[in-house]
Design a protein around this ligand. Structure first.
Ligand code: MN
Length: 209
């Protein structure tokens, strides 16, 4: 199959947990049945370390814990990099009771750094900052049987985490250049609060109306 890629059923194995915990940061993404947390279940979690070693974790329907994954996601010494962390954090908290931290979100970083464009999707970001054309054709596919994913789905799932670490480096440099790095970190620090509000279905509590 792919190089630098493994599948760990239901949870990270202990050796891989130890490997990832030694990293300063890892990239993380999830695939789900849809975008509504609470209705659409979590199907797959993908993790990539700075060496590009990707693990895909298929989740069983009704599965409510993944202790090694929880240890990694809550490990204070390993930053977790997401694209649109708000959704993945809510899904991980809802499914496994995981409170992910510390977090870097490439979508928030892009919005604060790349004010010259309105395109903050992963495909646009990877295109501009890494010069690579991502194939997103498997994005809206059926992830509901994650023990039997197609090679195309596995390749797509791995690619969704492979570029996040490079994006983090490039976006951080842009944010420092524009003197917006402190504000960006404040946004990341707010994410647990926003996720808690999302899970309780609160909308616009910061608005006047
Ligand atoms: Mn994805």
């Amino acid at each position: 199959m792919m190089d630098n890629f493994q599948v760990c059923d239901r949870d990270l194995d202990t050796a891989t947990l130890e490997r990832y915990q030694k990293a300063d940061y890892v990239a993380v993404d999830t695939e789900t049945m849809g975008l509504v947390v609470g209705r659409d279940r979590l199907c797959l979690i993908q993790i990539c370390d700075p060496e590009g070693f990707v693990t895909a974790i298929p989740v069983a329907p009704g599965q409510t814990n993944a202790p090694n994954l929880k240890t990694l996601m809550e490990a204070p010494g390993t930053e977790k990099i997401f694209h649109f962390a708000r959704f993945d954090l809510a899904q991980l908290q809802h499914t496994f009771g995981i409170q992910t931290q510390p977090v870097f979100c490439t979508k928030i970083a892009s919005k604060l750094a790349r004010t010259y464009t309105g395109s903050h999707g992963l495909k646009s970001l990877v295109q501009e900052l890494s010069g690579i054309e991502l194939d997103k054709s498997a994005q809206c596919s059926d992830w509901g049987n994650p023990d039997n994913l197609s090679p195309e789905q596995l390749r797509y799932a791995a690619n969704d985490v492979r570029y996040l670490i490079e994006l983090r480096t490039k976006l951080t440099a842009m944010l420092q250049r524009e003197d917006r790095w402190a504000l960006t970190q404040q946004c990341f620090d707010c994410l647990p609060t926003i996720v808690n509000l999302d899970l309780l279905r609160f909308k616009d509590v910061f608005e006047h109306h």
